[in-house]
Write a protein that binds this ligand. Structure first.
Ligand code: C5P
Length: 413
């Protein structure tokens, strides 16, 4: 597996000491960390302590000529997959929002083209101040990802939002942003994961379909849809991470196979159906693919030519409903989950689909926005017991949550 690299910017708040634990946890996940500290951060934690954990030089001074010659701010950013500011003080956020670059950390932020995650931590009044609100809105509009701080008692004795989230929660968010999932082997070698409770899908077979299908019109043209496959791939990755044996049947997409997942590429609905039959039995099937409802009735061997007159109408025929077929299969998985992309009356349509398809859960999502191909998704899980609605979250995060629910349902048996 290619190692992912985080450039961690530590700014000067009382929570700066938590950067040590954060770094330790990231390294445990196989993520390399290089650290940059602002000058005030060094008042709270020493570069020496952080350097011991990163096993690297800790960068700080912008005008250290030796550093600028050997590894300048551009290179620091170029060598990272993700920049994380944790803790991010009101001050560094204000500077970043204004485009001020007066030290190494802020210069990196202004010069980088890499994704940036800010994890703010500050006094509740600073967090609620109109200036901070304004700066955060600006940074979000500029594309920076920002984690909400935790609520609780602060070092200064006040109570409210502003505490740095727990390091493990920051690690989860980083993993989701990096698309980094530890492989089964990596997990097995970690003492925390030797305990089966941490791999609740160990020994279970999970089948996932993802992406669109392409249905040929002639040798060069096809019918397709906007599915990117990202949600299905994230679900397959989450299942593998939780210890399952995962087969991912993927339509034509440009995505990297998640570690530990067996991937089978197909183009058409008929090919997808044939591969599902071969992949059975499975304990769980999660049908995320946006299977084309129709295919061309006849596919000529040669390209259809323009004839200078109105084209012949395209005759279509219906594809088999793979989900409904699986629901009646003699090897029906114990838990069968369908997806429903809807643009209106989301839950109502999903509930009708649950009955029609004969599956156990329908995960409904509203695709009237930019969900297809986008970063985020919101789920409504419709079961015979009712509806559970989960808020808009990054696709990787919501995928893990779904797999946790799956594990709760079938993990014990
Ligand atoms: O009927 P609709 O396409 O809205 O249903 C969506 C669900 O059904 C998804 O889980 C999708 O993978 C599955 N499906 C299927 N075969 C089809 C069409 C959809 O398995 N031909």
């Amino acid at each position: 597996m290619i190692e992912k690299r985080v450039l961690l910017i530590v700014s000067g708040g009382i929570a700066a000491y938590k950067s040590l634990e954060l770094t330790r946890l990231l390294k445990k996940q196989g993520i390399a960390v290089r650290a940059v500290m602002t000058e005030s951060a060094t008042e709270f934690v020493t570069p020496l302590s952080l350097g011991v954990i990163t096993e690297d030089h800790v960068y700080g001074a912008m005008f250290d000529l030796k550093e600028e010659r050997e590894i300048g701010h551009i290179q620091l950013s170029r060598q990272a997959d993700l920049i994380v500011i944790a803790p991010a003080t009101a001050n560094i956020l204000a500077k970043a929002a204004a485009g001020i670059a007066d030290d190494l950390a802020t210069t990196i932020l202004l010069a980088t083209d890499k994704p940036v995650l800010a994890v703010p931590a500050m006094n509740v009044r600073m967090w609620q101040h109109a200036a901070t609100r304004r700066n955060l809105a600006q940074l979000r509009a500029d594309g920076m990802a920002i984690m909400d701080p935790d609520e609780g008692e602060m070092a200064c004795g006040e109570y409210g939002p502003g505490r740095l989230p727990e390091p493990h929660a920051i690690v989860e968010r980083i993993i989701a942003m990096l698309g980094h999932f530890a492989s089964a082997q990596t997990l097995a070698s970690q003492p925390d994961f030797a305990d089966i409770d941490h791999r609740p899908l160990y020994g279970k077979r999970v089948l996932v379909t993802a992406g669109p299908t392409h249905e040929a019109i002639d040798p060069v043209r096809y019918i397709a849809n906007r599915s990117s496959g990202r949600q299905g791939f994230a679900i397959a990755a989450g299942a593998a991470e939780m210890g399952a044996e995962v087969t991912l049947i993927a339509g034509p997409v440009h995505l990297v196979t998640p570690p530990g997942v067996i991937r089978i590429d197909i183009e058409t609905a008929l090919e997808m159906q044939a591969e599902i039959d071969k992949a059975l039995p499975a304990d769980v099937a999660i049908m995320v693919a946006a299977v084309a409802d129709w295919r061309a009735a006849d596919v000529p061997e040669q390209k259809i030519k323009k004839a200078g007159k109105a084209p012949a109408p395209l005759a279509l025929t219906e594809n088999p409903d793979i989900l409904a077929t699986l629901a009646k299969h003699k090897q029906r998985p114990k838990l069968l989950i369908g997806f429903a992309a809807e643009t209106e009356k989301i839950v109502e349509h999903a509930a009708a689909k649950l009955a029609k398809k004969g599956c156990d859960w329908i995960v409904a999502n509203d695709v009237s926005g930019d969900v297809m191909g986008g970063e985020n998704n919101a789920f409504h899980i419709v079961t015979k017991d009712g509806v559970e609605s989960w808020p808009d979250s990054p696709k990787d995060v919501i995928a893990r949550k779904l797999m946790e629910k799956v594990a709760d349902e079938i993990g014990e048996s």
